[in-house]
Write a protein that binds this ligand. Structure first.
Ligand code: F0G
Length: 448
C-alpha cells in the first residue's frame, strides 16, 4: 500500500497498482481497469462526527464553505485548496414530498427528493466537475474533453470556461435534448456531433483524449466521483445526519451509483455512520444493461471477482443483434456503462437492487414530480418510477425512509414535457385547447 496521504489505485484485486495523485489517468496503465482515489485517512485531520460540517453554514462567505461539494472537503482531501474549482455548486435541497409519497404508496413523511436540478448548470454533474476540474488545475491541464448525453457537456462547458481551459464535447447526432445543447454552445465549448450514439462517443473520446493528451472529465475520471460523493453527504445533512433506509437513483453510465457506494463505505470505515442505506438503481427498459446483468444474469461484484467473461458475452450478443439503446429518458440512453464494475461494488456495499421502468412510467412519474413542485427531466424521474415499482413489490416498505435523487432540471428537456402533454396522452397529460379569437368562444370554453 502507498504511504502517500492520497493516491490512485486500480480496483482490480489481482493488480491493485497504485499511482501518484498527480498522474493523469482514467484507467490503470497496467491492466486497463478502473481507478479509485484512495486516502490514508490517518494522514489527514478528520472530523469526529458529521455534525462537524454543520458549522460551515456560519461561514458562507468563504467560497469553499459555501460550495455544497467543498464544505465536505475533509471527506475528499485530494487537492490543495489553491487548486480548487468552484462555481457555487451543490446549493441543492432535500425536500420531503408527501404528494410523491402518496403516488408511490409510501407513508407521509417518508419520501424525500434530492433536487440536483438546482446546480449552476442544472444537473448533478456540477458536483463531479468541481472534483475533476480541481484535479485538472492541480496537474496544469489546458483542455478538457468529454462524451455526453447532454448534461456532462453543459457542466464541462461551464467549468472549462471558469477555469480558463479549452472545452470540447462529443455528442451523438440528434441524441441530445435542446436545453443541454444550448448550454454547451452558449458556454463556449467546441461541440462535435458524432454520427452515432453515446456509447460510440464514449469509445471515441477515450481514444482521442489519449492520442491528443486531453483531460477527460467523463465519470471514468475518479475525481468526478469524489465530487459526486457529496450528494450523499447533503442527503444526510438534509435528514439531520440520520441515514435513510434507501437511496434511489437512475442508472446510465453508473458514475453516481459508484460514487454513492464509495461515499457510504468510507463514512462507515471512518465511524461517521453506523449503517449503510440500501441502494436501488433504476434503468429505463430501453437501456437496461445493468438490470439484465444484475437481476437476470445474477452478475455480482463477488468481493472483486466479477465474471467478466459473462459480461463480455452479453455485450457480444448485443453487438450481434445490432442492439441500440432507446429511451425518451435520453440522459440514460446508454448500453455500455463505463463504471459497471464500480457500480457492482456499490450494489454489494449497499445490498442493492436494480429495476427497469418503461418510458410511460418514467413520464407519468415526471409529471407527478413536476406537479408537486420540483420539475425534473425524464431520466431523473426514473428514480420515482422505480420507487413506485419497488413499493408495489414491497421490496421497499411503506414506512421506510427513502431519498430519490432527481438528477437534472425539467428545463433541460422541454420537448419531452410538451410532447407528454400534447401528444402522448399520458395519465397526467394536460392538453392545451385552441379557440377562435372571440370573447364568446373563449368564455364558452372556460365554462366547460
Ligand atoms: N440523470 C441525468 C439527468 C443524467 O444526465 C445522467 C447521465 C444520469 C442520470 C445517469 O447518471 O451516468 O451517473 O449513471 N448523464 C451523462 C451525460 C451520461 O453525458 O450527461 P450516471
Amino acid at each position: 500500500m502507498s504511504t502517500e496521504k492520497c493516491y490512485l489505485q486500480c480496483i482490480n484485486l489481482d493488480c491493485k497498482c497504485t499511482y501518484d495523485i498527480s498522474d493523469v489517468l482514467v484507467k490503470c496503465s497496467k491492466c486497463g481497469d478502473l481507478l479509485d482515489v484512495m486516502y490514508n485517512w490517518n494522514g489527514h485531520e478528520m472530523p469526529r462526527n458529521l455534525q462537524f460540517f454543520q458549522k460551515k453554514w456560519q461561514n458562507r462567505n468563504n467560497l469553499l464553505d459555501f460550495s455544497g461539494v467543498w464544505r465536505f472537503r475533509e471527506l475528499l482531501p485530494f487537492c490543495d485548496e489553491k487548486y480548487i474549482a468552484t462555481i457555487g455548486e451543490g446549493q441543492t435541497i432535500l425536500q420531503c414530498n408527501d404528494g410523491v409519497a402518496s403516488y408511490v404508496g409510501s407513508s407521509a413523511g417518508k419520501v424525500h427528493l434530492q433536487y440536483e436540478g438546482l446546480n449552476p448548470s442544472g444537473s448533478f454533474k456540477d458536483n463531479g466537475m468541481a472534483g475533476a476540474f480541481s484535479h485538472a488545475r492541480m496537474v496544469g491541464a489546458k483542455h478538457a474533453i468529454c462524451a455526453s448525453t447532454g448534461n456532462t457537456s453543459a457542466a464541462l462547458a461551464l467549468y472549462a470556461h471558469s477555469c480558463g481551459m479549452e472545452g470540447t464535447v462529443f455528442i451523438g447526432s440528434g441524441k441530445i435534448a435542446y436545453g443541454k445543447l444550448s448550454q454547451a454552445l452558449d458556454y463556449g465549448a467546441r461541440t462535435i456531433q458524432i454520427k452515432g450514439d453515446f456509447d460510440d462517443c464514449m469509445r471515441q473520446v477515450q481514444l482521442v483524449a489519449k492520442e491528443m493528451d486531453l483531460y477527460l472529465v467523463n465519470s471514468l475520471n475518479p475525481f468526478r466521483l469524489e465530487g459526486q460523493k457529496t450528494i450523499m453527504y447533503r442527503i444526510l445533512e438534509g435528514l439531520n445526519w440520520q441515514v435513510p433506509d434507501w437511496i434511489v437513483v437512475p442508472g446510465g453510465n453508473l458514475g453516481n451509483s459508484s460514487a454513492f457506494g464509495k461515499a457510504f463505505a468510507e463514512l462507515k470505515e471512518l465511524g461517521l455512520i453506523n449503517k449503510i442505506p440500501r441502494l436501488a438503481i433504476i434503468n429505463a427498459t430501453g437501456a437496461n444493461t445493468l438490470f439484465e446483468l444484475y437481476e437476470k444474469l445474477s452478475i455480482r461484484y463477488n468481493g472483486g471477482n466479477v465474471d467478466t467473461e459473462a459480461i463480455d458475452s452479453y455485450y457480444a450478443q448485443l453487438d450481434k443483434a445490432g442492439f441500440k439503446p432507446k429511451t425518451l429518458a435520453s440522459a440514460i440512453e446508454i448500453s455500455r456503462p463505463v463504471n459497471l464494475k464500480k457500480c457492482l461494488r456499490a450494489l454489494e456495499i449497499c445490498n442493492g437492487v436494480v429495476r427497469e421502468v418503461s418510458d410511460d412510467d418514467i413520464l407519468d412519474a415526471r409529471a407527478i414530480v413536476a406537479r408537486w413542485g420540483l420539475g425534473c427531466e425524464p431520466a431523473s424521474a426514473a428514480s420515482v418510477a422505480g420507487l413506485k415499482l419497488l413499493r408495489s413489490e414491497n421490496i421497499i416498505g411503506p414506512d421506510e425512509t427513502v431519498a430519490c435523487v432527481l438528477t437534472g432540471h425539467e428545463l433541460k428537456d422541454p420537448t419531452a414535457t410538451v410532447n407528454y402533454h400534447i401528444e402522448r396522452n399520458g395519465r397526467f397529460s394536460n392538453k392545451p385547447v385552441e379557440v377562435e379569437n372571440d370573447i364568446d368562444e373563449i368564455i364558452r370554453e372556460l365554462k366547460k
